[in-house]
Design a protein around this ligand. Structure first.
Ligand SMILES: Cc1cc2nc3c(=O)[nH]c(=O)nc-3n(C[C@H](O)[C@H](O)[C@H](O)COP(=O)(O)OP(=O)(O)OC[C@H]3O[C@@H](n4cnc5c(N)ncnc54)[C@H](O)[C@@H]3O)c2cc1C
Length: 336
């Protein structure tokens, strides 16, 4: 069967791309390997400057106009007149985005894993599909990226637990000794919180990151008994998104922030931009270019701080002090 555009992957990047193409009359097929759309290892934090203000209120679990940032030496509270970060449930976001894309006319098929790609065709267990344009929205271990021979070296890793209970505060814990350039978090949802830690994989091995997360949770009095650990990688090795009639979006393109691991908004923005580029090669991609500039500056800061423990500690403590004195805005850490 032939489609003008085939999108591999039904995360926020692929779904945003499918919706924009379909709304503009594109003939688009999206294939997702999971039986249903939406589930993903993720803390579900979305920034106001990125996605939070652009999605329906019913998708929001909790809004946080206050952010608590703890480091080894400081504890600060940032406030704003609007939510700085809000939390969303990834399943609900995925279902809503899938519904928007299908209503616009996109053909979304689940339970279909793409296992081979050729110049004009993709091969799945349910048959072959040919394309004019191919979009790799297949996450941080992207098959399309490998097919395009785009290497991946800069990878982050995140661990989390869903801890039942009502957690009132959104907390970021920066501690070089435990998480190096990364951090641990408490991101509260309606009846639970995502409690986890993120780090650059070159700085900390996954097993040390997990051990340190456990140690930190114990220190905070957070009981993880009965909670299931979840882990996944985050690709922040951006090397381009436009490869002729093939494109990469979101984690497949390495567009997440290496510093914070934020990747939902970069996925949505790149998915939408790629759809517009397919429809009109002269489309102005300056909003995405702005995000890429920020993403690269996060990677540079990560390389600078990760190279040396003392520099890392000084930079982290200076950052927290600068946030406290409002010399820098929290927006510096956001991708929006
Ligand atoms: C622990 C953790 C916490 C995080 N917390 C946050 C957060 O709070 N805020 C934030 O913004 N980001 C967060 N992220 C990052 C965020 O989850 C990702 O950046 C985001 O999901 C990227 O979206 P995407 O559409 O590019 O890819 P994904 O959401 O990974 O979607 C890719 C899809 O492609 C499908 N797929 C893959 N291969 C194939 C194939 N061969 N055939 C068919 N389908 C395929 C997958 O099943 C998947 O559904 C977190 C990540 C982790 C690991």
């Amino acid at each position: 069967m032939h489609y003008h555009t085939i999108i591999i992957g039904g995360g926020p990047g692929g779904l945003a791309c499918a919706a924009t193409l379909a709304r503009n009359g594109g003939n688009v097929l999206l294939l997702e390997k999971n039986p249903s759309i939406g589930s993903k290892v993720c803390a579900g934090g979305v920034s106001w400057s990125g996605l939070a203000r652009n999605i329906p209120e019913q998708l929001i679990e909790k809004h946080f106009p206050e952010q608590y940032i703890h480091s080894a030496w400081q504890k600060i509270r940032l406030t704003s007149s609007h939510p700085i970060i809000s939390t969303i449930n990834r399943e609900k976001l995925g279902q809503w985005m899938a519904n928007e894309a299908s209503m616009a006319g996109a053909d979304i098929q689940t339970n279909i894993r793409v296992h081979t790609i050729t110049d004009h065709e993709i091969v799945t267990d349910s048959g072959n599909f040919s394309y004019d344009f191919l979009v790799g929205a297949d996450g941080s271990n992207s098959l399309v990226r490998r097919y395009l021979n785009v290497g991946t070296e800069s990878i982050g890793i995140g661990f989390q637990y869903h801890i039942p209970g009502n957690y009132p505060k959104m907390i970021w814990h920066l501690d070089q000794k435990l998480f190096n350039t990364g951090y641990a978090w408490i991101f509260p949802h309606k009846e639970r919180a995502s409690v986890g830690a993120y780090s650059y994989r070159k700085d900390l091995t996954p097993s040390i990151l997990r051990e340190n997360l456990h140690h930190w949770m114990e220190k905070c009095g957070i009981n993880r008994k009965d909670a299931k650990p979840e882990a996944a990688t985050i690709n922040f090795d951006y090397r381009g998104y436009d490869f002729g009639n093939r494109f990469l979006v979101g984690d497949a393109a390495g567009l997440a922030s290496g510093l914070t691991g934020e990747g939902i908004y970069p996925a949505v923005l790149s998915g939408d931009t790629v759809a517009h580029r397919i429809l009109n090669p002269d489309f102005d991609d300056s909003t995405l270019s702005g995000l890429i500039k920020k993403q690269k500056s996060h990677s540079r800061l990560l390389r600078l701080t990760g190279s040396n423990k003392i520099i890392c500690k000084i930079v982290l403590e200076s950052l927290v002090a600068a946030l406290r004195m409002r010399l820098v805005n929290f927006n510096l850490l956001e991708m929006g």
